[in-house]
Design a binder for this molecule. Structure first.
Ligand code: DGL
Length: 270
C-alpha cells in the first residue's frame, strides 16, 4: 500500500514534490491522466467519470487513501464522489480545504461558524471548470464572512504547460492577471487554484506585484496531509513502493516531469 496522488496531468507533481519532501518515508503512487488533460474545459459529468476511473486505478495499486491533487476534480467531482461512491474503507481528499483554512486563519477541523477575517479582497485564478463550479466561494462561505472573491478563469494555461510551452503559459498568466486587476485593482491575496500554476508561480508574482500575498497549494497540502496521517497512520499501509503512472505516453510524460521536478522521473503506463 501507499498513498495515491491523482491529477489530470503534470500539475499534481507540484503537490507530489511537497508531500515527498515533507514525508520522505511515505511511499506515494502518482497517476496523471495525461490522455485526457486538460480537465478544466470539460463538463462536471465528464470530470466525475474520469476522476472516478483514476481513483479506482490507484485503489487497484493498494492506495486506500487518494489525494486529488487537482482543483478541477476537487471542485467538480469530489463532493459527489464522497457522498455517493467512496466505500467505507477508502478515503479521497481534495486540495481546496487546506488552502481555504490558511486563508481564513483556521486550524484543521475548526468547524466554528463563519467569522470576519483579515483578508477582504481575494483574487482567484483557476481553470474554467473550477471557476464555474463556485466550489471555492462555497467552501469560503462556510468559514468567513465579508470576503469579496473575484475569479479569473485562466483558459489555455494548463494546455500550454502540458505542451511544455512555458513562454506561452507565462504570457497567458500575465494577460489573465491584467484582466482580473481591471475588475479588482487591489486584491490583498491571490489564490493559485490549480496545481499546474506553481510551475509558473514566478509569472503570477511578477504580474501581481509585491503587495499581493500569493497562496500556493503544495506546501499547504503537504502540511495538512502530514497532520492527517498522524491521526490516521493506518491509511498509509505497509507497502514501500512509489511509482509514477500515466494514461498518456510514458516517454513524453517522463521527459516533461523530469524537466519540471529537476530530477529523473520515470513514468510507466497505467
Ligand atoms: N491541475 C489541475 C487543477 O488543479 C488542472 C486541471 C486541468 O486539467 O485543466 O485544476
Amino acid at each position: 500500500m501507499a498513498v495515491g496522488v491523482f491529477d489530470s496531468g503534470l500539475g499534481g507533481l507540484t503537490v507530489l514534490g511537497a508531500v515527498t519532501e515533507r514525508m520522505p518515508d511515505v511511499p506515494f503512487v502518482y497517476l496523471g491522466d495525461n490522455a485526457h488533460t486538460p480537465y478544466g474545459v470539460r463538463d462536471a459529468d465528464d470530470i466525475y467519470a474520469l476522476t472516478c476511473a483514476g481513483v479506482e486505478r490507484l485503489w487497484e495499486d493498494g492506495c486506500d487513501l487518494v489525494i486529488l491533487a487537482c482543483n478541477t476534480a476537487s471542485a467538480a467531482a469530489l463532493k459527489r464522489m464522497q457522498e455517493t461512491w467512496v466505500p467505507e474503507d477508502k478515503r479521497v481528499l481534495g486540495v481546496f480545504v487546506p488552502l481555504i483554512e490558511a486563508l481564513t486563519e483556521r486550524g484543521w477541523g475548526d468547524n466554528s461558524p463563519p467569522r470576519e477575517v483579515a483578508v477582504k479582497h481575494v483574487a482567484l485564478f483557476a481553470t474554467p471548470a473550477t471557476v464555474s463550479s463556485r466550489a471555492f466561494q462555497r467552501e469560503l462561505a462556510y468559514r468567513a464572512i465579508g470576503v469579496d472573491v473575484e475569479a479569473q478563469p485562466c483558459g489555455g494555461v494548463v494546455d500550454a504547460i502540458e505542451q511544455g510551452d512555458m513562454q506561452l503559459a507565462e504570457a497567458l498568466v500575465h494577460s489573465h492577471v491584467e484582466a482580473l486587476l481591471r475588475r479588482m485593482p487591489r486584491p490583498e491575496a491571490a489564490v493559485l487554484g490549480c496545481t499546474h500554476y506553481p510551475l509558473v508561480e514566478h509569472a503570477f508574482r511578477e504580474a501581481l506585484g509585491e503587495r499581493v500575498d500569493v497562496y500556493s497549494q503544495p506546501n499547504l497540502v503537504a502540511a495538512s496531509l502530514a497532520d492527517y496521517l498522524i491521526r490516521r497512520p493506518d491509511m498509509i499501509g505497509a507497502g514501500r513502493d512509489s511509482a509514477f503512472l500515466t494514461t498518456g505516453n510514458p516517454v513524453n510524460v517522463s521527459r516533461k516531469a523530469t524537466q519540471f521536478l529537476r530530477r529523473q522521473i520515470t513514468f510507466r503506463a497505467a
